[in-house]
Design a protein around this ligand. Sequence first.
Ligand code: PEP
Ligand code: MN
Length: 352
Amino acid sequence: MIVVMRVGSPEDEVTRLSTEFANWGLTPEKIVGQHKVVIGLVGETANLDEEQIQELSPWIESVLRVERPYKRASREFRHGEASEVWVDTPNGKVAFGENHPVVIVAGPCSVENEEMIVETALKVKAAGAKFLRGGAYKPRTSPYAFQGHGESALGLLAQAREASGLGIITEVMDTADVDKVGEVADVLQVGARNMQNFPLLKKVGAQSKPVLLKRGMSSTIDEWLMAAEYVLAAGNSNVILCERGIRTYDRAYTRNTLDVSVVPVLRSLTHLPIMLDPSHGTGRWEYVPAMAKASIAAGTDSLMIEVHPNPQKALSDGPQSLTPERFENLIQELAVIGKAVERWETPQMAVV
Ligand code: PEP
Ligand code: MN
């Protein structure tokens, strides 16, 4: 349930009402929007009467019920306004959200060694990326496949961060590693295979770094938003949703099917920022440019693209990785679409 306050409502009144709701056993959450303050109410609201709440204060403009299973993640919870996730990086704060330029995240699937991660970081930065991605802990289908270098790779990511000034996005797979990964990562990634790992969602929700929540490969949008709700309910309001392709019946030519339609669907359902990952979404580097362009045209807030200095030698996901040169060319092409939809920061080309 949400309580929309009138423009100019006194701070004291919002506090008084919040205390009142807390006394009723509810969890009130004050959300300051661009124009209005809204009090989101989570808890046993089924038996509450909207009119009774309305009578609590002349400053209450309206009382609305959120009919969806997820509350905090719903667009209604913020009274229709998009949220923005600000991330601290060595080069300054970067915002993810509907009212900001598209943020480019790029890098290898796995952190393999110092030279390749630092080289890739410098190159993707020169092309315009704001974040370096790269896995230290890798969720692999086969136990015999390269599992990532683990803790030592976190050290390499820290070096690449230092050398490039890029923010770091890396995956955390185990609740026991959350603090350690959080020391290096500017954004913690929860991978597709862990989207419904509820202990992990609660753990990343209880720490302060923003969370990138990838969609499970066979998850519905409601399941995905409920997973985001776990992180939000645990106290972390900085969640970015990442579509990375879903399982469909034909896997002969693409690894997954990138569901570009999630962009307008999510826009209507949630206030959370959106990222699309055409690399895992297609599984083939040849198809990445077309889907990256489609993603920006559809209105994504961010893109994740796998880039490797030598894809043929990559320890994971080589077939879907762009070379740094191809990545740079792609960014030039994306700029045309990004400018057309007024979501491109100029100059996107950064000086290293
Ligand atoms: C990745 O980003 O490298 C990754 C493993 O992604 P996903 O969880 O989407 O498969
Ligand atoms: Mn990968």
